[in-house]
Design a protein around this ligand. Structure first.
Ligand code: G3P
Length: 484
């Protein structure tokens, strides 16, 4: 019986494909980066066809490296950078415009205009989200309004909208030749267009934004054996394998960390930083600047919701130190540079490159470096950059405490930055709770594989997966800092 699982993790800076066995062990990984396109200050785009090419390449490489026969892959799970918006021609597969990335702030005026009637929270009770440039709906409206011919094509039924999951699944299942046009509840919950309780597109919001419903994908549970079609045998997988799961990447990481109980939380330190707290079957609406999102929906089971603290810039700040300031040659060098000084020397970073997300939701905010004196050096800048991630996390944890009344006993962490000992220790210090890292840190891809495996019957129920979660490292708050 087919027992392997393929996870496709399409992220902000790179695409990975990973093959897992039926005990959640990594058999192979392939990864490729794609271009970041910055046409103007505040604009961030990706080339959707480049993303599809990279996806095909890494899938081929991972399957070859794992040494498995494609027909032995039981199921595929897709997980993706969320909110990033693509519109393409269903007849050709050609995008009408580049993908507008979640970090892009070009829709500030659209959001302000919509907020004039009812304020920035006018859709919050239905969608769980404030009106902000982060989400897909305003990006889709921008494409419909600004790119010639798209609105007419959408009304004719030729233009399709999708987040990156939808784009990739459409291509994997045939593209112009019968591709399936679908998304899942977690991705749809990031558009500002879905009713969080009914799990369907909200007709009134669609009308207000001028979005034709027929261009939107069908919304399915995140774990759904038959909803997402099967790959084309002549495609990169090399066999007809069912796509059984689709989840936004931060929700996939929550599943990969096996946070299946209300009160369990994880924080993923990637390009941005995203803290999700499982709140169970009822959506909890934030009064403290967090957002409410779908955590996952497994088949016919009720949806599970999460409170999320979204931080736009975390690892991206380290990349900025590397690429824009030339302060370090490689991202990994930031730790040694930050460790070359005793403390931050009074220097603080506010990395508001895309405005500020949770808990402020201020699209007009811009970055700051403050506290500079003649004493400050490169080390202090590096240290302040790392500390900015930990301080932002503290801010969203405080908001989460206020909203939920819960207190963390430990914070489960994952993502590229968790190899940074200095950052993780500082995080534990300023949170005052232990920070714990699992043995498998590729939790996003792992979560997509778990979801696919649950759909395909490799595992019967989520609780089974807990046995695979193993603590690999723990940072305990240092008393001196904790009590201050
Ligand atoms: O909401 C944006 C988030 O999904 C991006 O995650 O890991 O691709 O930076 P990542």
């Amino acid at each position: 019986m087919a027992r392997y699982l393929l996870a496709i993790d399409q992220g902000t800076t790179s695409t990975r494909a990973m093959v897992f066995d039926h005990e959640g062990r990594v058999m192979a990984l392939a990864q490729q980066e794609h271009r970041q396109i910055y046409p103007q200050p505040g604009w961030v785009e990706h080339d959707p066809l480049e993303i599809w090419e990279r996806t095909q390449a890494v899938v081929r490489q991972a399957v070859a490296r794992a040494g498995v026969v494609p027909a032995d892959i039981a199921a595929i799970g897709v997980t993706n950078q969320r909110e990033t918006t693509i519109v393409w021609d269903r007849r050709t597969g050609r995008p009408y415009y580049n993908a507008i990335v979640w970090q892009d702030t070009r829709t500030a005026a659209i959001c302000d205009q919509l907020a004039r009637d009812g304020g920035p929270d006018r859709f919050r009770d239905r969608t769980g989200l404030p009106l902000a440039t982060y989400f897909s709906g305003p990006k889709l409206k921008w494409i419909l309004d600004q790119v010639p011919g798209v609105r007419e094509a959408a009304e004719r039924g030729d233009a399709l909208f999708g987040t990156v999951d939808t784009w990739l699944i459409w291509w994997l299942t045939g593209g112009p030749d019968g591709g399936v046009h679908v998304t899942d509840v977690t991705n749809a919950s990031r558009t500002l267009l879905m009713d969080l309780r009914r799990l369907d597109w909200d007709d009134e919001i669609l009308r207000l934004l001028g979005i034709p419903r027929r261009m939107l994908p069908a919304i399915h549970p995140s774990v759904a054996p038959a909803a997402y079609g099967a790959t084309r045998p002549d495609g990169p997988v090399g066999a007809a394998v069912p796509v059984c799961a689709d989840l936004g990447d931060q929700q996939a990481a929550l599943v990969g960390q096996t946070c299946f109980e209300p009160g369990e939380a994880k924080n993923t330190y990637g390009t941005g930083c995203f803290l999700l707290l499982n709140t169970g079957a009822t959506p909890v609406f934030s009064r403290s600047g967090l957002i409410t999102t779908v955590a996952y929906k497994m088949g016919d089971q009720p949806a599970v919701y999460a409170l999320e603290g979204s931080i736009a810039v975390a690892g991206a700040l380290v990349q900025w130190l590397r690429d824009n300031l030339g302060l370090i040659a490689r991202s990994a060098d930031v730790e040694a540079l930050a460790g070359s000084v005793e403390d931050n020397g009074g220097v603080y970073f506010v990395p508001a490159f895309s405005g500020l997300f949770a808990p402020h939701w201020d699209g007009s905010a811009r970055g700051l470096i403050i506290g500079l004196t003649r004493f400050a050096n490169r080390g202090h800048l590096a240290r302040a950059a790392l500390e900015a991630t930990a301080f932002q996390t503290r801010e969203v944890v405080d908001a989460m405490y206020r909203d939920s009344g819960l207190r963390l006993t430990a914070l489960r962490v994952d993502g590229g930055m968790v190899v940074n000992e200095l950052l993780m220790q500082f995080q534990a210090d300023i949170l005052g709770v232990p920070v714990v890292r699992p043995a498998v840190t590729e939790t996003t891809a792992l979560g997509a594989a778990y979801a696919a495996g649950l759909a395909a019957g490799v595992w019967e129920e989520p609780a089974r997966l807990r046995q695979y979660w193993q603590e690999a490292r723990r940072w305990t708050p240092r008393l001196a800092l904790n009590s201050s």
